[in-house]
Design a protein. Structure first.
Length: 268
């Protein structure tokens, strides 16, 4: 992930420097806004952010109670340290409830079903990383054009789905310790604890290295992609990140306009 993003960062930084020096002329685009995240999706994302951060902080507080930053938190608030276990459990329940809400949204709403279809893996999600690598290494003059979601976003989404299921299952085993040992023995309990710990490390590093780069430190959108707050992206951002989806949206708008302007053949 780090190598992938480092190449992306250097390529985009060189392009921005070339634009600044006048070596490359940016394409002028009209200022329009396009819906990227519905209100439902933004609230779901907000719950996910809050619960994930609380889970990470309290989880590592439980694992490393004598770490310097945990001691600093304890010095500020003894109750936060004493309640870290319950805060961790409540945040886990909130995350799973948010996941259930998300499943219902995908299944029972039109925007949700459209979202699910667009997030399904395709063959181009296997080939696009190699095309991006060629572009970032200077072996290709053009980078692949992405639709609504690129392999970057799809990989993160499905990793989140898998991680939530795995952490939810192992977390429940750790929560109900006596029952779990009766069902899975001490060995099964210890395996669940190990899986829970290392998946937590993987998820934390993935968010820091992968997600935060593309929504904050990506030179094309720094200091932040505001879609998670406003729900919208500008035409310039869409042209840079999701040109195929932009073309689709424009085509749909043109078709709708043509249909609205078409005269009713039944009238005389």
């Amino acid at each position: 992930m780090f190598a992938h993003n480092a190449l992306d960062f250097f390529k985009k930084t060189r392009r921005k420097l070339a634009i600044q020096k006048g070596l490359i002329e940016e394409e002028h685009v009209a200022h329009r806004l396009y819906l990227r995240m519905t209100a439902h999706e933004r609230v779901q994302h907000g719950l996910l952010v809050i619960s994930f951060v609380l889970l990470v902080v309290t989880g590592f507080m439980l694992r490393y109670p004598e770490a310097w930053w945990v001691v600093a938190i304890r010095n500020v608030s003894v109750r936060a340290f004493e309640w870290r276990g319950w805060i961790h459990r409540i945040a886990g329940v909130v995350m799973l409830a948010g996941g259930a809400w998300h499943i219902g949204y995908l299944a029972f709403t039109k925007p949700g079903r459209s979202l699910f279809r667009d997030l399904l893996p395709q063959w181009r999600d296997v080939t696009d990383p190699f095309l991006v690598l060629k572009y970032n290494l200077g072996l290709s003059a053009t980078k692949p054009a992405f639709g609504r979601f690129s392999y970057i976003e799809k990989a993160e989404y499905w990793a989140l789905v898998w991680g939530t299921l795995l952490m939810g299952a192992t977390g429940a085993i750790l929560w109900f310790e006596n029952t779990s040992m009766g069902l899975f023995t001490k060995l099964g309990f210890d395996i669940s604890r190990t899986v829970h710990f290392y998946e937590a490390i993987l998820a934390t590093l993935a968010i820091i290295v992968w997600h935060l780069y593309f929504v904050i430190f990506n030179p094309d959108i720094y200091p932040m992609n505001l879609a998670w707050l406003t729900g919208r992206m500008s035409e310039k951002e869409m042209l840079e990140e999701h040109p195929l989806h932009l073309a689709q949206l424009k085509g749909d708008a043109a078709s709708k306009l043509a249909a609205d302007e078409k005269p009713d053949s039944g009238k005389t």
